[in-house]
Ligand binder design. Structure first.
Ligand code: AMP
Length: 110
């Protein structure tokens, strides 16, 4: 999608601090980190959110396997928080499915 910031990162039209990728997914550091480790994981195809991903037949198994491999690569396996916001009311500001992997000392509760 041409006006999507994460599509621009996937297309290498915008710079990002990329930490991992495979054929389907890309992981890069959040530009405004809210924890010591704050990585975003996106599908390379444009999908608005998790509901749309699952409705279009996207594999939650493959996606979550990639997410956990990123956590392991960041040395935070066993001590991270995983969040995906679905819709503006939930706090989604970029309408391209993404998982936040957050880790570090004293993550605030909610
Ligand atoms: P959300 O509020 O769940 O939609 O999260 C969107 C996240 O994308 C925020 O944490 C932003 O800091 C992050 N973000 C926005 N633009 C960029 C960018 N160009 N590179 C990396 N992270 C970004």
């Amino acid at each position: 999608m041409s006006d999507c910031v994460f599509c621009s990162i996937v297309a290498a039209e915008l710079p990002a601090d990329i930490v991992a990728e495979d054929e389907e997914f890309l992981a890069f550091r959040d530009v405004q980190p809210r924890a010591q480790t704050h990585v975003l994981i996106v599908p390379k195809v444009h999908v608005d959110d998790l509901d749309a991903w699952l409705a279009s037949g996207g594999s939650s198994d493959r996606m979550l396997a990639f997410v956990t491999s990123v956590a392991a690569g960041e040395q935070v396996a066993g001590r991270y928080r995983l969040i995906t916001n679905v819709g503006e009311d939930a706090g989604q500001t970029v309408a391209h499915l993404h998982w936040h992997v957050l880790a570090g000392p004293r993550l605030p509760g909610f």
